[in-house]
Design a protein around this ligand. Structure first.
Ligand SMILES: Cc1cc2nc3c(=O)[nH]c(=O)nc-3n(C[C@H](O)[C@H](O)[C@H](O)COP(=O)(O)OP(=O)(O)OC[C@H]3O[C@@H](n4cnc5c(N)ncnc54)[C@H](O)[C@@H]3O)c2cc1C
Length: 477
């Protein structure tokens, strides 16, 4: 197939790699010029690393930092209130848990998407400065700003959390919601950080990982990236009036405002924002799950579908999972459990299968990520019911999300192998009837094993909504 991808973030670049591997030709339309500063770090957990490794990601070049611990530290006294070890995570899940400078992760993905690779189709073309302003789902046509129309066999929407297209695909408006928190973000050079005499208390004699400072309703998440040269810092604070509209990543913030928020914190904590000239602010948003993510020749992936809070470091990992699922389900290769033959009707069936594979995984990930004692625990019990609309398997014990890095949550998130799940589903799937033998889960019955990650989500959701018994949009927010 000839495929257009809208957006060159983690999801769009991941999809380009995956679809080239599956045997298709790909072009990406990206509205920016990639000149925007996207400096900040990102943690990729083992479920994401499994995918990067299979794609041949150049880890040496990207200089990830492997995480070995999490510390929860009193921002005023620097006392350690909680310690969680990540030793053994790599052994348990067979993959690393490591952070990247976003630019390094992005560059690594871009290199694979646009590089020559033996056995893959031609390198993906990225068209920069091309904003997509309209899509026709039935015809597979995208319209660029300026009026040009481009027709393709498949359009992958990967335009991020402020997507213009999910309402058209899902046939309902699902606006982003603010949770009352904003973030000052910065990258502090370790060399300057260490000029403070207390820095050694926290960063000497300890393996890399999180140091999360807390004070009243302030939460400051820090972790190293880029070979431990930089400390990624995110200061979650109550949104100030002037920050309410700052929902993108590039609004600058003044040091004086940051220091106001840090009032009462230790001198070391106040020293952190003074080590850098670049401080940005943005307001945290999330969105409840979309119930329909494909229509005609369009499939939506990444944050356009599952925009979530950053509490469990799963947004980018889920985007990689989406892309990897497309690779398996649309593979033309003879060694696939069921090689795809391109006809309009076959494509429609495969995209429906994709939705049934991905929503039971991505929607619970989104809902679990909306629970965190530091950010929001609103609607805790009702959220279990919400989860059951999508997912029939065992859940981590309550209170869910109280520790983003606890063992039950690690099992839930990191053990997922999207390649294995997608291949199992494909094997069980009858292309004619659309039925998956042995995979038919019933929401709410607590099915364990493989089929917990699969379900007739579209049908449940739509029928429940019709009965007036469906997903509670207020709760999901
Ligand atoms: C503070 C914070 C911390 C996070 N930490 C983690 C973490 O540790 N681990 C993790 O896995 N995830 C994390 N995430 C989530 C992760 O960053 C996102 O889930 C991920 O970047 C989403 O990728 P995406 O490609 O779907 O969207 P985006 O990265 O938003 O990319 C969308 C792209 O589409 C382009 N675009 C938009 N509209 C158009 C259009 N109309 N036409 C053409 N192009 C368009 C944009 O310019 C952009 O390049 C975090 C998020 C935040 C906010």
């Amino acid at each position: 197939m000839n495929i257009a991808i809208v957006g060159a973030g983690i999801a769009g670049l991941g999809a380009a790699i995956a679809l080239r591997r599956a045997g298709h030709y790909v072009e990406i339309y990206e509205k920016s010029q990639f000149k925007n500063e996207i400096g900040a770090a990102i943690l990729i957990t083992p479920n994401g690393h499994r995918i990067l490794r299979r794609w041949g990601f150049n880890f040496d070049k990207a200089r990830p930092v492997d995480f070995k611990q999490f510390r929860y530290v009193n921002a005023s006294t620097l006392e350690i209130a909680k310690y969680e070890s990540f030793e053994g995570v790599e052994e348990r899940f067979g993959e690393r848990m490591a952070s990247y400078h976003r630019v390094d992760l992005h560059s690594g993905l871009r290199e694979i998407a646009t590089g020559e690779r033996e056995g893959w189709t031609a390198p993906a073309k990225i068209h920069l400065g091309c904003e997509v302003v309209g899509v026709d789902s039935e015809k597979g046509v995208i319209e660029l700003k300026g009026g040009e129309k481009i027709s393709r066999d498949l359009v992958v929407i990967a335009d991020g959390c402020h997507t213009a297209f999910i309402p058209q695909v899902a046939q309902e408006d699902i606006p982003v919601q603010m949770i009352g928190k904003s973030v000052y973000r910065m990258l502090a050079p370790f060399a300057k950080l260490r000029e403070h005499s207390d820095a050694s208390k926290l960063w000497d004699d300890e393996k890399p990982g999180f140091v999360t400072f807390f004070r009243n309703d302030l939460m400051i998440v820090t972790y190293p990236c880029r070979g431990e040269e930089l400390l990624n810092v995110a200061i979650f604070h109550n949104t100030r009036l002037e920050e309410r509209q700052k929902v993108d990543w590039n609004s600058s913030a003044e040091l004086s405002k940051v220091l106001e928020v840090l009032e009462g914190c230790s001198e070391l904590v106040k020293h952190i924002p003074q080590t850098t000239d670049v401080i940005k602010v943005y307001t945290v948003t999330q969105r409840p799950p979309a119930l329909t993510i494909h229509r005609g020749k369009i499939i939506c992936i990444g944050d356009s579908v599952h925009h979530m809070l950053p509490t469990h470091a799963q947004g980018g990992c889920s985007a990689l999972e989406d892309a990897a699922a497309l690779e398996v389900l649309l593979s033309l290769h003879p060694d696939s459990p069921k090689p795809f033959t391109h006809t309009a009707s076959n494509l429609e069936k495969r995209l429906k299968l994709y939705q049934h594979l991905r929503l039971p995984r991505s929607a619970p990930t989104q809902i679990l990520s909306s629970l965190s004692p530091q950010l929001t625990m609103a609607g805790l019990a009702k959220k279990t019911a919400e989860l059951r609309k999508f997912y029939a398997g065992d859940l981590p014990p309550w209170p869910m999300g109280t520790g983003s890095w606890t063992e039950p949550l690690r099992e839930f998130f990191y053990s997922y192998d999207v390649f294995a799940e997608a291949e199992d589903v494909l094997k069980a799937w009858d292309e004619e009837t659309g039925w998956c033998e042995g995979m038919e889960g019933v929401a709410g019955e607590g099915i364990a094993g493989k089929n917990r990650w699969f379900g007739d989500v579209g049908r449940w959701a739509v029928e429940d909504l019709r009965d007036g018994n469906g997903v509670d949009r207020e709760v999901a927010r």
